[in-house]
Design a protein around this ligand. Structure first.
Ligand code: AGP
Length: 364
């Protein structure tokens, strides 16, 4: 990939459209069909080390933190290791307990984000094992960590991260599969996840082929002053990332909540002028998510659903292809990247360089 815009009007648009190839690159040469696992060359974590891990703590900022939230869920689901993600910027200021049995993972596109680098240095000072999940090869975080995974998204120029987020989540899927197969994830489940991973590039193409519908929808919602994004469990970090994307690039206020938390407060905000974007995967929480849509509809809220099938209660549904439940979050945010892009375009925003933001935040 070059820095050429290749016929796109912005790097954001170009990078959104590079995602099928980027994911393909992240998978290339890593899948081991014979043992239904993956090879992650730079990890420096043999099976014995992997089995000794008692917890996983993921640290990142912004979009990378959101990728880490999805990654933590994948690791818990596939490897059954307790895992969570935390903003690196907060972690290092709360004098965290650093545990030798915890595997720390620093996530960063640039590999230069000061808050993440400082967290890594603090962890190393305390003798922790820290891996990097990084895009830029040879960057400071890649050099400081004990090993890791390059996400291979290719150069990302737009300040607003899109393809790198997707490749980070795919890379977490690979790591979760690897950790899972050193523990209790069966050969059959390993195979099921591998098949799901292989489907991703084609499914991304399918989502991007629906661009016209998304452009039209962005036009319909661009008048909103504020938007609510909701999801549950796997869908919640997707909602958070989609809400950040819209804020960054369009400057429309947006907040993200777990759909289950609506009744504990945010439902008071729902009215026709406050549309909701709902992540509604076809998984074990489908009925619960539908109940949340009903609650919003009962308050005359407009709803745009991202789902695997048309949602009756929604005003509009963007239908995305179904993958394995654990991998669905990789795909469900992609139409909302386009949604943010087209909303910002309709509003005449400076898409590649939103105000007040820098691609890489190398100061505190
Ligand atoms: C992404 O759209 C943002 N501009 C921002 O949140 C970014 O993800 C964050 O600053 C972390 O950057 P990094 O991945 O390079 O560490």
């Amino acid at each position: 990939e070059s820095y050429d815009m290749g016929g796109h009007d912005t790097y954001m648009h170009k990078e959104i459209h590079e995602q099928a190839d980027a994911v393909d690159r992240a998978l290339r040469g890593r899948i081991d069909d014979r043992f239904s696992t993956v090879h992650l060359g730079g990890l420096n974590l043999d099976a014995r080390d992997a089995r000794a891990v008692r917890r996983v703590k993921i640290l990142g900022c912004g979009t990378s933190y959101h990728a880490g939230q999805i990654g933590a869920q994948m690791i818990e689901e596939l490897a059954r290791i307790p895992a969570d993600a935390e903003p690196a910027s907060e972690f290092r200021y709360r004098n965290p307990v650093v545990d030798p049995d915890t595997l720390y993972i620093a996530v960063s596109q640039s590999g230069e984000t000061y808050d993440v680098l400082a967290a890594v240095q603090e962890l190393k000072r305390k003798g922790a094992r820290v891996l990097g999940l990084v895009n830029v090869v040879g960057s400071a975080i890649a050099r400081e960590t004990d090993g890791g995974i390059y996400v291979h998204a290719g150069p990302e120029v737009c300040v607003v991260s899109t393809k790198c987020f997707t490749n980070m989540v795919v890379s977490f899927g690979l790591l979760a599969l690897h950790l899972g197969r050193t523990r209790d994830l069966s050969v059959a489940d390993g195979k099921r996840i591998i098949e799901g991973l292989r489907k991703l590039p084609g499914q991304i193409e399918e989502i991007l082929a629906n661009e016209e519908q998304i452009e039209k929808l962005a036009g319909e919602y661009a008048d909103a002053k504020s938007m609510m994004f909701i999801g549950r469990v796997r869908g919640y970090p997707v909602a958070r990332e989609a809400s950040l994307k819209l804020k960054e690039v369009s400057y429309i206020h947006a907040e993200a909540y777990p759909a289950s938390e609506l009744k504990h407060g945010p439902l008071a905000l729902i009215e026709p002028a406050m549309p909701t974007v709902a992540i509604v995967p076809d998984d074990e929480l489908l009925e619960k998510n539908r109940a949340a849509l009903e609650e919003i509809k009962a308050r005359s809220g407009r709803i745009l659903a991202v789902a695997h099938q048309e949602q009756e209660k929604a005003d509009h549904t963007i239908v995305v292809p179904k993958n394995e439940d654990e991998l669905d979050p990789i795909l469900m945010g992609i139409p909302l990247q386009l949604f943010a892009y087209y909303t910002a375009k309709a509003m005449g925003r400076d898409i590649d360089k939103p105000r007040n933001l820098a691609k890489s935040v190398t100061v505190e």
